[in-house]
Design a protein around this ligand. Structure first.
Ligand code: DQA
Length: 152
């Protein structure tokens, strides 16, 4: 897939991630989603890219936003949260995108309960970062910018 210049990156957070900071902080960390999003926007500025963020607890809303990413973004970072493990609808939406997509998980899904080991969505993405906490999002943004810079 020919890469577009990386001007806008959309970061999508799935269900229950609005409760970060309060939700099992020993697994997901102490930072709130707002604090993480602020860091991502700042990191984007330093890398010369606009970072937009979106969170929803609703599968259909996430599908709508992924579909919109095709026109609005040059790269996508997504933590589909629990829908990672179940959602054919999210996978189908991701599959239709012609921009690079990185799936991020705060926790290492492969060290957790076996039902979390399978990602329905990962086969429709460019790559996956799991278990690095909020740094996973920062690395994903850097990777997208790097990929576009390296593109022929
Ligand atoms: C998660 C891992 C999922 O298994 C879980 O349902 C989440 C968060 C993570 O970021 O580690 O909600 O995607």
């Amino acid at each position: 897939m020919p890469l577009k210049p990386m001007k806008t990156i959309l970061v999508i957070h799935g269900p229950n991630l609005n409760l970060l900071g309060r939700r099992e902080p020993e697994i997901y960390g102490a930072d709130t989603l707002d604090a993480i999003n602020t860091e991502l926007v700042q990191a984007g500025k330093q890398l010369g890219v606009e970072v937009e963020t979106y969170q929803s607890n609703h599968e259909g809303d996430l599908v709508d936003r992924i579909q919109q990413a095709a026109d609005l973004a040059d790269g996508l970072v997504i933590n589909p949260a629990a829908y990672t493990h179940t959602s054919v609808a999210l996978r189908d939406a991701l599959q239709m995108l012609d921009i690079p997509v990185i799936e991020v998980h705060l926790s290492n899904i492969y060290r957790r309960a076996s039902f979390r080991h399978h990602s329905m969505t990962a086969p429709a993405t460019t790559g996956q970062i799991t278990g690095l906490g909020k740094n996973g999002y920062l690395l994903a943004i850097e990777a997208l910018v790097g990929m576009a810079a390296d593109a022929p």
